[in-house]
Ligand binder design. Structure first.
Ligand code: FES
Length: 171
């Protein structure tokens, strides 16, 4: 295996130098901030950009991967513009989460852990969103939607999708 020498030429690592420069003098305390900057720039953390970040910062690439895999906010694969997290915890489960998840997967056409082909939505399931009193609940980006029904969940996604096409984006 020569994975460390394989470079995805479709990723322009040029902007990484700016990110490292913005954190100079680069120290371990800058790892999270630099990863946030990297993700903001690329939408996720492409491997070639991570390798370049490690090279220019002088820190082992394993440290960057360690942080990137520890925090849920970081994505190592291309990620949708919106993150939809449907709770599958017990409180939500008994109040209809399986039906909500079924409707959401049908609406988006992807399963949990997948991203829609238009890169608009990434769908995830979580063990508990910490808002059981709202069950069943889903979190879309930073906004919680509680007391969901199948219909409400679909409507939320329809409105959000429409806001990107300019069609019927009623609030
Ligand atoms: S079980 Fe769903 S929010 Fe806690």
């Amino acid at each position: 295996m020569t994975s460390s020498s394989v470079v995805d030429s479709s990723v322009d690592v040029g902007p990484v130098a700016e990110i490292v420069a913005a954190h100079a003098p680069f120290a371990e305390a800058d790892i999270i901030g630099s990863l946030q900057d990297l993700q903001e720039r690329y939408g996720y953390l492409p491997q070639p950009a991570l390798d370049e970040l490690a090279r220019l910062s002088g820190l082992p690439v394993a440290k960057f991967y360690g942080v990137a895999t520890f925090y849920a906010q970081f994505h190592l694969q291309p990620h949708g513009k919106h993150t939809v997290r449907v709770c599958r915890g017990t409180a939500c489960h008994v109040r209809g989460a399986p039906g909500v998840m079924d409707s959401v997967t049908r609406q988006l056409g992807v399963a949990g852990g997948e991203t829609t082909p238009d890169m608009l939505f990434s769908l995830e399931t979580v063990a508990c969103l910490g808002t059981c009193f709202l069950s069943p609940v889903m979190l879309v980006d930073n906004k919680y939607y509680g007391n969901l029904t199948r219909e409400k969940a679909v409507k939320i996604l329809e409105v959000l999708a429409a806001s990107h096409t300019g069609k019927g984006a009623a609030n």
